[in-house]
Design a protein around this ligand. Structure first.
Ligand SMILES: [Mn+2]
Length: 408
């Protein structure tokens, strides 16, 4: 049994206002070819299919066209779980019709763990693989928060609840394994943050779990499974050194911060007693590059890119000694007539900045917690009062996040 594990597509995401539909289409085309080349039997997508809970029709079309194409290929099954970015109901809406194509969708957790246990069968109706398909778990899937709960209480209940949910689903899977004769491999899927995970410079993920809220220690993950296909972190990685618990990461760099990561999908061969793993690198469909330095450095790098006829998308960070008021104009001059696109210019030495004598930054560059820290400083709040206020603020942030998701 050969499976391919991927996650965090974030279809529909744009970068500083630029649509990325052609990169997403290129990736899905590549993935469909990769499935054929690898002769994969199943595809597991571990959440964050879409970037928002209301994806555009163009993003939906990419998704359905891909599902249709793959369901006609050698790949007999697709299992999809919702991530925190996905709308559980949007994913679930076509559940029955997709089921007819052997595409299994789990948009939200239910009270019965059996609903998250899927048996994949071959054409002769023989069971090949059991999949524990647990979607992203929200507060309301675990327990309702009560007023006056401290961050420690909340973290404790949330963690314990998430762990128990995974254990319940795993237990249901092992009893199904017994019913089926005992030697069918089990794969678990999840969309969560394991403690110690690498998040790179993903502020979007960093903000999601304030403090350590909801971080799951590796030794609490179900150990009875042959492979665990995780989503949520965009940097591909193994969990705490275990080769069989992995994040596939996002398939294309979703921000300039991810541009230097090798993106990949994971091919997993599940035999009776051994699991073999192969990482297949995803090609770069469009280069994202950050150009940083003083003016001569930026000028030299840009000229080189123009000469090499690059069509990269660029982020320019000027941090030279001298104030440059006409940075954008100078950049336009150099790149005129080329295929380069400058998406973002950060001038650390602009005239306005010299006047304000503070670093030039936009609110979007800061996390809500950083803003709060600055508030405390600006209001001269005594240091001994700060921890209590920070804790309350973390709780409020978390409540807002959950309310936001409830509305979805
Ligand atoms: Mn996520």
């Amino acid at each position: 049994m050969r499976i391919i594990h991927t996650s965090d597509w974030h279809l529909g995401k744009s970068l500083y206002g630029q649509k990325r539909s052609s990169e997403f289409a290129s990736f899905l085309n590549w993935l469909a070819e990769c499935i054929e080349q690898q002769q994969a039997d199943a595809l597991l997508i571990a959440g964050d299919i879409f970037d928002t809970t209301t994806p555009s029709n163009a993003a939906l079309q990419l998704y359905y066209q891909f599902l249709c194409r793959v369901s006609l290929s050698c790949c007999q099954h697709i299992v999809i779980i919702a991530g925190n970015h996905d709308s559980p109901t949007l994913l679930n809406a076509p559940k029955e019709i997709l089921q007819a194509l052997n595409i299994h969708v789990v948009g939200c957790a239910t009270a019965d763990p059996q609903n998250e246990v899927i048996t994949l069968r071959n054409k002769s109706n023989e069971a090949q693989l059991i999949v524990c398909a647990t979607p992203y778990l929200r507060d309301r899937d675990i327990k309702l928060s009560s007023a006056g709960e401290s961050i420690e209480d909340k973290d404790h209940y949330l963690q314990a609840g998430i762990i128990k949910h995974y254990q319940d689903v795993c237990k249901a899977a092992t009893s199904r394994q017994l019913q089926l004769g005992g030697n069918i491999p089990i794969v678990a899927m999840g969309h969560l943050f394991t403690a110690g995970g690498t998040i790179g410079s993903e502020s979007a993920v960093r903000d999601l779990y304030v403090g350590n809220l909801g971080h799951i220690p590796k030794n609490k993950l179900p150990s009875e499974v042959d492979y665990m296909a995780l989503g949520h972190l965009h940097v591909p990685q193994t969990v705490a050194g275990s080769q069989t618990i992995r994040y596939s990461g996002s398939p294309i760099p979703l921000s300039f911060g991810e541009a230097n990561q090798q993106k990949l999908v994971v091919v997993v061969d599940l035999e009776k007693d051994k699991t073999e793993i192969l990482e297949v690198p995803v090609p770069i469909f469009l280069k994202l590059e950050t150009i940083k330095g003083n003016w001569p450095q930026i000028q030299a790098q840009l000229t080189k890119l123009v000469e090499s006829k690059s069509n990269a998308w660029l982020e320019i960070v000027y941090n030279g000694e001298h104030i440059i008021g006409d940075l954008s104009l100078r950049l336009r001059e150099i790149t005129k007539g080329s295929d380069l696109s400058i998406l973002r210019v950060k001038n650390n030495k602009s005239l306005e900045q010299a006047i304000q004598s503070s670093t030039q930054e936009a609110l979007e560059d800061l996390t809500p917690m950083e803003v709060f820290h600055r508030c405390l400083k600006a209001q001269n709040i005594p240091t001994d009062q700060r921890p209590q206020l920070i804790e309350s603020y973390q709780l409020v942030l978390h409540e807002i996040e959950q309310l936001d998701e409830f509305a979805k």
